[in-house]
Design a protein around this ligand. Sequence first.
Ligand code: TIU
Length: 220
Amino acid sequence: MAIIKARPFDFDLDRDHAALIIIDMQRDFVEPGGFGETLGNKVALLQAIIPATARLLAAFRAAGLPVIHTRECHRPDLSDCPPAKRERGKPSLRIGDPGPMGRILISGEPGADIIPELYPVEGEIVLDKPGKGAFYATPLGEILAERKIRQLVFAGVTTEVCVQTTMREANDRGFECLLATDATESYFPEFKKAAIDMITAQGAIVGWAASVDQIVEALD
Ligand code: TIU
């Protein structure tokens, strides 16, 4: 066990049963012309976390711990995209429409891929997910059970949407969840703060939160 100084209290990292899960660090959310921008967001805000996320990823790789990358995207025929999701609001482009990085949020298109700075290496798990949560309609639960993973360290975007949804799904399934606070970001800074507060309140009702430095130190 390695102790990580975390909110609201120390997190005992069990290296034999822990994995890093990086949520949706895709060009579609981080670069201009993708899904995030079509929804009216300033995507540059998210780019600030790339260096800290890369440090966290490097530390997990160096420690030989499992790494999971997720990508929110849909099949080219949109059969896994509910109309309620595609038709929501007034985006400048809808899921499946052609954009500057290929069709918006479609599997196999350049925009749906993970940004080069955090690109998966051989042996890492890459999971495509149609929902905000990474457990919904994916084999994530089975993959974690097979590998006897019981703790998940979370990074990625956006804090209050796909990261928090997946943390809540994981928490309900009995995983201990730790959020890396400077390796996650929202298009709305006040939502990031509120999400971290909600997660850690009431004695870690959803999970813990710690900085990348605190996590990396424990992995050394
Ligand atoms: N819009 C937004 O904040 N997020 C998403 O649509 N997906 C993820 O968080 N990955």
